[in-house]
Ligand binder design. Structure first.
Ligand code: NPG
Length: 368
């Protein structure tokens, strides 16, 4: 398609409850939605960068700047762009994978809408619904954590992930295991430990967890490999896996036995599928991570999570776990699962009422 106009729309969605991780507490999701328009098609993508560069170096103001000043000019001057060409066209710009992913997704959505093909079908989905997991932030007390988890299990979630950090790990996780029996349970440290904590992390081995996610800093693959030799619980990587090549490297090094795939973190859904393929080729299970997406990003994540290698439930929850009002019609749990959208492209669009209510700013960019 030839891009005629690109809209960068900032929306702000208050979270129904604060979400605390080892890198900070979120109370609202300020998301950047990208709408691309061609002569007779349009498509949407969501940039998952946070307001502050605390999860990774990207942040939403920076992403909007790089899209406007460095990514779009390259696409405008390329003439006819297809989603498959975008990574190559944008490769001269280093990193900024979340920004690139948002633009590529919007173009892919427009293309697929024009051809009447759903994203799930395009990527190779083999399921029409995916198991929903829920990520539970750090709470003020263990009783508060147990109440929170109980609410999610009552709602039907099929897997629970607990955020951990030094000082909030073995005791809360043990309390959840004891109270809720054989629930599928895993933990996520967001890089908060060092290899010196190996014996502490090994105490989680008795709690029968699916995995420990990203215990050490993202650049410490040798450390993760060493840790994997000292704990029985499988190590899963998130922040460290920035591409299919990075996944192959980490797997070959013995740094992980499971991979969390977040399309924004790896530069888009096409690279996410390559990460999936590399992991499947190595017999490594994958699951779809979440970044508090609105319905736009969620729709695409559900499609990705329907690929065959996604054998573990993802951080893909219903809209009401995050927001009172989503930008699209809400995703609703059905027996602990979310249906894969079947419409063309990502299969959902923002509603004009929600955009009116939630939009903070809109920037429209046309080729010079
Ligand atoms: O359900 O979308 C969700 C949240 C899942 O825990 C979750 N995401 O570290 O994986 C993470 C964490 C996160 C949230 C990371 C926001 C960055 C931003």
């Amino acid at each position: 398609m030839k891009l005629v106009e690109v809209e960068l729309r900032r929306v702000r969605l208050p979270l129904v409850a604060p979400f605390r991780t080892s890198f900070g507490t979120q109370t609202a999701r300020e998301a950047l939605l990208v709408r691309v328009a061609g002569a007779d098609s349009e498509g949407w993508g969501e940039c998952v960068a946070m307001e502050e560069p605390l999860y990774s170096s990207e942040y939403v103001d920076g992403a909007q700047h790089v899209i406007r000043h460095h990514l779009l000019p390259r696409l405008f001057s390329a003439g006819d762009v297809s989603a498959a060409r975008i990574a190559g066209l944008l490769a001269p710009v280093k990193e900024h994978r979340m920004a690139k992913a948002a633009v590529e997704t919007a173009v892919l959505d427009a293309e697929l809408r024009a051809s009447g093909v759903s994203l799930g079908t395009h990527l190779g989905a083999v399921r029409d619904a995916v198991d929903a997991g829920v990520s539970v932030g750090i709470t003020d007390s263990i009783p508060a954590l147990l109440d929170t988890v109980a609410g999610y299990l009552d709602a039907g979630y099929r897997r629970v992930k607990l955020k951990i950090e030094p000082g909030w790990d073995v005791a809360p996780v043990a309390a959840v295991r004891e109270r809720f029996g054989d629930v599928l349970l895993q933990v996520d440290a967001n890089c908060a430990y060092s290899l010196a904590d190996a014996s502490r992390l090994a105490r989680l081995d008795d709690l029968d967890l699916l995995l420990i996610e990203q215990p050490l800093p993202e650049d410490d693959l040798p450390g993760h490999a060493a840790l994997a030799r000292r704990v029985r619980t499988p190590i899963c990587l998130d922040e460290s896996i920035t591409s299919a090549r990075a996944a192959a490297f980490a797997i070959n090094l013995g740094a992980c036995a499971i991979v969390n795939i977040k399309p924004g973190r790896v530069g888009g859904y096409l690279e996410a599928r390559r990460v999936h393929d590399v992991c499947v080729a190595h017999g490594v299970p994958v699951w779809c991570g979440g970044m508090l997406e609105t319905g736009i990003g969620r729709a695409a994540n559900v499609a990705l999570a329907a690929l065959p290698g996604f054998t573990l439930p993802g951080d893909i929850s219903a809209s009401d776990r995050y927001f009172r009002t989503d930008v699209t019609l809400p995703f609703v749990l059905q027996e602990g699962r979310l249906g894969v959208p079947t419409g063309p492209g990502i299969g959902v669009s923002p509603t004009s009422e929600a955009l009116d209510e939630l939009t903070v700013s809109t920037e429209r960019i046309t080729p010079a």
